[in-house]
Design a protein around this ligand. Structure first.
Ligand code: FEO
Length: 393
């Protein structure tokens, strides 16, 4: 696509990647993604904000073919999907100054092999006059890496936020209007890469709360014309208070755990508790991560394989442990054939979670009436905890 005008003098010059289906060799991308890059023209100077993923560099090259001079290249974030094109940009525009946060400088050297003396750092709050247009740099660490900053175009009230407020969506639409999946994909993106830094993300929200923002132009997905919606969503996602929700990743080999999950799900629903089960044999881990954003309780259910949990279940526990969600309670459900340490291994794998453990329910072979009664007791305990938090009546 050709460069598209956000407002006169501010152009989207990045690339849409409709075909990409996996990020970081881990994260499913059902709607593709984009690597956004923005050209800001002042009266005297021109700046490019972020470069693109190297695989889509030809799009940036084509977009900039009629731009004879570039004064500044702003790198908001070092990850290669935004910085990979920087070496080409600097070669094409040797006069351009590369600007980044102080922590970003050594990272750009490490990841891209750039020479340190070619990089100029900007301070938190520093302004850059382009002639009638002023860029203000705002340090916003951990959205997504420690060096991340955002760039605010003061006169036009546009926040170039890089990863945060972004969504993995490829679209021919420049603005969010009409792209129905954006808020869900923004949540998926927050869940997968920013949830572990929830408290710092909240501090960043505080930092921008008095900023007059008309548009948010992130580095992935379309531009937000109604910034308050996505900002409010971030406030909810980063808030300490969970929702009435049990996330239930589960696996079964010969059906015992499936029976237990079916019974437990029904018992929870009967008590007014919302449940989202994920069969880890086929689940989209992005959806599991989205569920973990809100969940008050995590219950992992599966069979014992050798001495520990089924590896597919353990994978979901490791993911939850890495994402450090706000959940308050956890438990383990499953079956075994002759022996095992499933509960010990699963608990140890949840060491980052600040949760109260509710009594596990582990049965030998297929579940029997006493096991179903134990599952009812677990459901009652979960409902009681959710009630104490005021999540259900
Ligand atoms: Fe889209 Fe953290 O890079």
């Amino acid at each position: 696509m050709k460069p598209r005008e956000i407002i006169p003098g501010v152009l989207a010059v990045g690339a849409q990647d409709f075909d990409r289906r996996l990020f970081d060799a881990l994260i499913p991308l059902p709607d593709g993604t984009s690597y956004n890059s923005y050209l800001v023209r002042g009266r005297d100077k021109t700046a490019l904000i972020d470069a693109v993923e190297p695989a889509t560099l030809r799009v940036l090259e084509a977009s900039l073919k009629d731009v004879p001079r570039l004064d500044y290249l702003v790198s908001n974030h070092t990850e290669q999907d935004h910085s990979g094109g920087i070496p080409w940009v600097l070669e094409r525009y040797p006069e351009a100054q590369l600007l980044c946060s102080q922590p970003a400088k050594p990272m750009l050297v490490d990841h891209l092999g750039l020479e340190a003396d070619k990089i100029r750092t900007v301070a938190d709050g520093e302004r850059l006059d382009l002639g009638g247009r002023t860029l203000r740099f705002i340090y916003t660490p951990w959205v997504h890496w420690p060096e991340t900053m955002s760039t605010y175009l003061e006169e036009d009230k546009i926040l170039f936020s890089c990863d945060w407020f972004g969504s993995h969506v490829a679209s021919t639409e420049l603005f969010v209007d009409g792209v129905e999946c954006v808020m869900a994909e923004a949540k998926r993106y927050y869940a997968e890469i920013m949830m572990p830094f929830r408290k710092i993300v909240r501090q960043n929200l505080e930092k921008i709360k008095d900023l007059d923002i008309r548009l948010i132009a992130p580095s992935h997905g379309p531009v937000h014309k109604d910034p308050s919606s996505v900002i409010q969503a971030y406030r909810d996602w980063t808030d300490d208070r969970p929702h009435d929700l049990v996330v239930l990743p589960w696996v079964t080999m010969h059906g015992s755990t499936a029976l237990m999950v079916e019974h437990l799900t029904g018992a929870l629903v009967d008590r007014g508790v919302r449940v989202e089960p994920f069969n880890m044999a086929s689940a989209d881990i992005g959806k599991l991560a989205m569920s973990l954003v809100d969940a008050a309780t995590i219950i992992a259910a599966g069979p014992t394989v050798h001495v520990g949990p089924h590896p597919a279940l353990l994978n979901s526990i490791i993911l939850a442990n890495a994402l450090r969600p706000k959940a308050r309670f956890a438990s383990i459900v499953g079956s075994y054939g002759w022996a095992g340490k499933m509960v010990d291994v699963a608990k140890a794998a949840m060491s980052n979670l600040k949760v109260e453990f509710l009594d596990p329910v582990i049965c030998k072979g297929m579940p029997r009436p006493a096991d179903f009664a134990a599952l009812d007791k677990l459901a009652e305990a979960v409902a009681g905890k959710h009630r104490e938090l005021g999540l259900i009546k």
